[in-house]
Ligand binder design. Structure first.
Ligand code: F6P
Length: 328
């Protein structure tokens, strides 16, 4: 039988993602529902180390389900990577009588949580919040759906101008190591080619394919490039290469950047965040520790941190085929 949880701390860490506020709200209200005290920790692990805590109740999280970003703020903490930093974090949690921690973030956040748990045997539960969708053990991460919609909306607008001028656009989207945003938004926006870190296309094959499309009657093109794709040194160099090797197109580059991280969360992200927030408190009450709450085939699942951060998230080959077929 596990120890009773009377008070928890909640924080958001790493890159922010739309829907993080909805997840905090669900955690806080779930605590309120079950008679558990809840403390908000500002600036992720930085605030944990600095003792930046504030008591939260059900009313503290009113009117935030629709807001992008995270009202608890976020950070990528260098100090939490040190044993001294983690010791200070532990001392602060003990001084506040906090029994368990809920961390909302991605890969780096869970890696820190797992090390912290190993060192101090302190109960931690994670909620996947990142636009990258690069966490193993959950079909979706909070913020991914909203980011996809932001990208598709932006590319729809680029398509109008690309088509009016017979231009080829390279559109860079986020995803250092994962091509999920590029692949899904690329299919949704009808991109001609999609370049992702998981598949090496090669510049010559890309140019050959563009030549074939031009011959088949295409007068403008959109290529979606994931930030982490290795095809060229960078997207601007790739644009120059294409312009030199493909006649008849002016090539333009748009880097969507941090616009993808902002905005009001989609309904899907709000519901996902609410379910995962409730699931995190259920997990702690149930004695689960050192796990991430995820969603697989629409069901809540609990995945050990070590499996969630394994980096084995595979790209869906069927989607690659769909992209190939629908862009002929
Ligand atoms: O992990 C989320 C993410 O948005 C990545 O897609 C991107 O590579 C990175 O964060 C950017 O981080 P920062 O906002 O710290 O520059």
């Amino acid at each position: 039988m596990s120890e009773k949880i009377s008070k928890i701390g909640v924080l958001t860490s790493g890159g922010d993602a739309p829907g993080m506020n909805a997840a905090i709200r669900a955690v806080v209200r779930s605590c309120s529902y079950h008679g558990i005290e809840c403390s908000g920790i500002f600036r992720g692990y930085e605030g944990l180390i600095d003792g930046d805590f504030e008591a939260l109740n059900a009313r503290s999280v009113k009117n935030i389900i629709n807001r992008g970003g995270t009202f608890l703020k976020s950070a990528r903490s260098a100090a939490f990577r040190t044993t001294e930093g983690r010791q200070r974090a532990y001392d602060n949690l003990k001084a506040q009588n906090i029994d368990a921690l809920v961390v909302i973030g991605g890969d780096g956040t869970f890696t820190g949580a797992a090390v912290f748990n190993d060192e101090h045997n302190f109960p931690v539960v994670g909620i996947p919040g990142t636009i990258d969708n690069d966490i193993t053990g959950t079909d979706y991460t909070i913020g991914y759906d909203t980011a996809l919609n932001t990208v598709v909306e932006a590319i729809d607008k680029i398509r109008d101008t690309a088509n009016s001028h017979n231009r080829l656009f390279l559109v860079e989207v986020m995803g250092r190591d994962a091509g999920d945003i590029a692949l899904n938004a690329g299919i949704g926006a009808g991109a001609e080619e999609i370049l992702i870190p998981e598949e090496e296309m090669g510049r010559d094959r890309l140019v050959d394919s563009l030549k074939r499309s031009k011959k088949s009657g295409k007068t403008s093109s959109i290529i979606v490039v994931a930030e982490g794709d290795k095809i060229g040194k960078n997207i601007f160099e790739l644009a120059e290469y294409i312009e030199e090797n493909l006649e008849g197109y002016e090539v333009k580059v748009t880097v969507l950047g941090h616009i993808q991280r902002g905005g009001s969360p989609s309904c899907y992200d709000r519901v996902l965040a609410s379910r995962l927030g409730v699931g995190a408190i259920d997990a702690l009450r149930d004695g689960k520790r050192n796990i991430m709450v995820g969603i697989e085939h629409s069901k809540i699942v609990f995945v050990p941190f070590k499996d969630a951060i394994k980096g084995t998230n595979q790209i869906n080959k069927e989607l690659i085929r769909v992209a190939d077929i629908t862009s002929v």
